[in-house]
Design a protein around this ligand. Structure first.
Ligand code: SF4
Length: 348
């Protein structure tokens, strides 16, 4: 495909969202990225939160964490360029130790992944001996290595149910944990930070619980409130509201649908309503709007993920040109983390 063909394809999808001059410039970048991608035998994976011009030009596959983990596990390309954040690129490396995995920006972190350390998990395991640990995929490799299972927002409840244990440690997202507890009918407790004075689980008589959570938050999804929903419904009574499970249980309960980013995309495609509000990263609203021109997406556009937004076409081009930033995971950690990630993929 030439730069002009890429420009025309982008224009068809994004003319209402991105100015034409910007599309022209970005199509040139995308053309060079695609050329280098072939030269370097690379595959580009793009998360649903990527900005529209990137999302609709260079990725070979787009999707949520679970889908992209699957694609990373299946690729026969030598280089994986992950247009997402660090924990996602680490997951690709965990599944593909022999391949080069590149993350286009060093600054693409995550408030949720940064909320817990491997040492925190070891302390929890010490306090709740024998209780299986489920970690959301939005964690760093050393935390995954301390976990028995990983999960995504799409299969979290399925993973908890599949374990079949009477108690589960579920980390690190407080809201996802509370939503999973509600969905699976389990009671959840949150041990105090630092664990000072906390007694072992078997020394807690009279407390009935089946899940042990952690108070990590996604700095994007924690911003949405029930008041936002009330205000939007007043202005647009026919709006259908979709909330990501990283939103608070109160927000999820006040919404019409809750699911992973992929489940939200499918929901919008398959329902006949005219107007939607997505309570998730705003770039995804743009990407869904481009794919469904007959449907209106309302925006709360101050809500952008500063980490996902670090990934640009410029950085992606530089990543291929300079072979940066190479993701490494120490083998001892990788082997342990792979066990938890592979269980997540198997449960699906
Ligand atoms: S949207 Fe939230 S969970 Fe996702 S990368 Fe950004 S801060 Fe992390």
């Amino acid at each position: 495909m030439t730069a002009n063909e890429i420009f025309l394809k982008m224009k068809e999808k994004l003319s209402d969202i991105v100015p034409e001059a910007e599309l022209k410039y970005k199509s040139e970048l995308a053309n060079e990225i695609n050329r280098l991608k072939e030269e370097r035998n690379a595959v580009i994976l793009g998360h649903n939160y990527m900005e529209p011009a990137l999302y609709y030009s260079v990725p070979d596959f787009v999707g949520d964490s679970l889908e992209l983990s699957r694609k990373a596990a299946q690729t026969d390309r030598k280089v994986i360029v992950f247009c997402g954040v660090r924990f996602m690129a680490e997951t690709a490396k965990i599944l593909n130790p022999g391949k080069t995995v590149l993350l286009p920006s060093e600054k693409a972190g995550c408030s949720l992944a940064g909320s817990i350390t491997a040492e925190d998990v070891r302390i929890l395991k010490d306090k709740f001996p024998g209780v299986p640990v489920v970690s959301y995929v939005n964690t760093y490799a050393d935390v995954k290595a301390e976990s028995d299972y990983c999960c995504t927002s799409g299969n979290a409840a399925a993973v908890v149910n599949a374990i079949g244990n009477d108690k589960v440690i579920f980390l690190p997202d407080e809201f996802l944990a509370r939503n999973v507890a509600a969905e699976t009918g389990k009671k959840i407790i949150f041990p105090s930070v630092g664990f000072t004075g906390m007694r072992n689980a078997d020394q807690e008589p009279g407390i009935d619980y089946q899940m042990i959570g952690w108070r990590g938050r996604c700095e994007v999804h924690e911003k949405f409130s029930v008041e936002d929903i009330t205000n939007i419904r007043k202005q647009f009574p026919d709006v259908v509201i979709l909330a990501h499970p990283e939103c608070s249980p109160e927000v999820v309960a006040a919404s019409d649908f809750s699911g992973s980013t992929t489940a939200m995309i499918r929901y919008v495609e398959q329902t006949k309503s005219h107007r939607y509000l997505l309570l998730t990263e705003c770039a995804m609203g743009d990407n869904i709007a481009a794919a469904n021109p007959d449907k209106e997406m309302l925006r709360l556009c101050s809500v952008r993920c500063p980490h996902m937004n670090q990934i640009t076409l410029e950085d992606t081009l530089e990543a291929l040109q300079k072979n940066q930033y190479v993701i490494e995971v120490p083998e001892e950690i990788r082997v342990k983390a792979a066990r938890a990630v592979e269980r997540m993929i198997q449960i699906g």
